[in-house]
Ligand binder design. Structure first.
Ligand code: FAD
Length: 433
């Protein structure tokens, strides 16, 4: 990662602070003293002269199993987020949890405010009394579902096979009623394929006996590919504090997660008059038949029909609506090269027209499957992501600042399947228009 030039901004280094919230509402963060102040008109329009937007009590209950809160450790620049976005032309949502998920806000997380730990296990598992019919096997990998295949037209699951490692003996659990497969977007098709349920050509090539030829298994894989503009900063970031162990990497510090987000639709991305959006829509509509014949990674007609249905739904119901096509994220968890501290403003595609697939290549369930996401195979994905990315320098230049020095130097990409690192995909040392 290289930084070509720096523009020194007016904002002084931001102070870090802990926040402690018992309720799902964000505490007001003191604005750093700065020549980069929020204009009065923007303050009046967004209500940001006072505290940051709060979660409306009517959008939340107080007695559910899952706690919702904010991280125990937050950065002062996150408090600048909504004001900065408002000045960059992105609306600030009055209540992101009231059914209208658009605009800029500080997201809540499933965090227990009492101890800043994730609240799902303590909400759903820990309160359960001992039960004979419940066993949680934390180190078990399901290797396949075993079927009674005496009636090929009506397979019945009779057991679930699992193992604790590739070399360990296979164990089985008998099934009396049903099996619910909830192994996630990658895990569920993988389990199905190893059980003989999936595209017959894939299963045969992998050496798995075909129980059911189901060509759609593993298809229509979509990922929120995002690309970010990296800014160098001389203040601490989550990555730098973690690396230096400055806070002892306590549970409170480790509860930090990127929470400053914005969801923007195409009129924000392409222009408020809607003309560019309409032109893009026509272009995509015209590209349907070519896309079906060239981009679907299957020759099966049901898979092609599925692609067409998703394509049309995205185009006709989401494209011209308030539904976001781009997610903007303020990223504080990456490290720069040579010990530099960096923050990034990312733009992520929400509804890509490029679909990929996941498929197995071996009959060993411990061999990783192949994932081909066909990123940016559809030209509309490139166009929308590019336009979304243009918001990043605009946000970087808007007040109040999110970083102390700005160097539009590197564009890096990440996907939700590869979040532990980022890979530069486009030109280095390039300024955005
Ligand atoms: C980086 C990232 C950021 C995200 N951000 C958000 C967000 O801000 N808001 C939001 O709403 N959603 C977000 N999501 C999406 C959200 O995490 C998923 O939609 C959600 O977790 C899906 O839940 P699930 O139970 O279907 O699958 P998962 O949460 O993926 O759970 C599947 C589980 O099955 C296990 N498993 C897989 N295969 C096997 C096997 N063979 N045997 C045994 N166990 C197996 C896996 O280890 C995993 O624990 C994000 C996802 C990612 C990756």
């Amino acid at each position: 990662m290289a930084f070509s030039s720096f523009i020194t901004l007016a904002c002084p280094p931001s102070a870090l602070r802990y926040i402690h919230t018992e309720h799902p509402q964000h505490q007001e963060t003191a604005q750093p003293r700065s020549r980069c102040t929020l204009p009065h008109s923007a303050q009046a329009a967004t209500g940001l002269a006072g505290p940051l937007p709060r979660v409306h009590a009517s959008s939340r209950s107080t007695n559910g199993p899952i706690h919702v809160s904010y991280p125990g450790f937050e950065f002062a620049t996150v408090g600048n987020w909504t004001g900065t976005l408002a000045n960059a032309g992105v609306e600030v949502t009055p209540d992101a949890y009231g059914g209208e998920n658009y605009g800029a806000y500080i997201a809540t997380n499933s965090i227990n405010p009492a101890n800043r730990t994730r609240s799902s296990r303590s909400g759903y598992i820990d309160p359960l009394p001992p039960r004979d019919n419940l066993a949680v096997l934390p180190n078990a990998t399901v290797t396949r579902i075993i079927f009674d295949s005496s009636n090929k037209d009506n397979l019945t699951a009779t057991a679930v096979e699992w193992a604790s490692s590739a070399d360990a003996a296979r164990e089985t659990i008998k099934v009396r009623k049903e099996v619910i497969i909830s192994s996630g977007a990658m895990g569920s098709p993988r389990v199905l394929m190893h059980s003989g349920v999936g595209p017959s050509d894939v299963l045969q090539a992998a050496g798995v006996d075909v129980q059911v030829n189901l060509p759609g298994v593993g298809q229509h894989l979509q990922d929120h590919l995002s690309s970010g503009l990296v800014f160098q900063t001389n203040t601490d970031t989550a990555a730098s504090l973690y690396a230096s162990n400055a806070n002892g990497n306590t549970p409170i510090f480790l509860s930090h997660v990127n929470s400053a987000v914005a969801y923007v639709n195409l009129t924000v991305v392409l222009g408020a008059d809607g003309e560019a959006t309409l032109k893009q829509q026509i272009r995509i509509a015209n590209a349907l038949s070519t896309s079906v014949s060239t981009l679907v990674p299957s020759s099966d007609h049901t898979v092609k029909a599925g692609y067409e249905a998703i394509y049309n739904t995205t185009l006709n119901t989401m494209f011209l609506s308030g539904v976001a096509q781009i997610e903007i994220l303020y990223q504080l968890m990456d490290s720069g090269s040579n010990g530099t501290n960096v923050v990034a403003i990312q733009a992520g595609l929400q509804h890509p027209f490029s679909h990929g697939r996941i498929y197995i290549t071996s009959n060993d369930p411990f061999v990783e499957p192949l994932i081909n996401l066909q990123y940016l195979a559809h030209s509309a994905d490139i166009a929308i992501l590019r336009e979304g990315l243009k918001l990043a320098p605009k946000i970087g230049r808007s007040c109040p600042r999110l970083s102390t020095r700005m160097a539009v130097s590197t564009i890096s990409s990440r996907s939700s399947t590869t979040t532990s690192h980022s890979t530069p995909i486009t030109r280095r040392r390039r300024r955005m228009p």
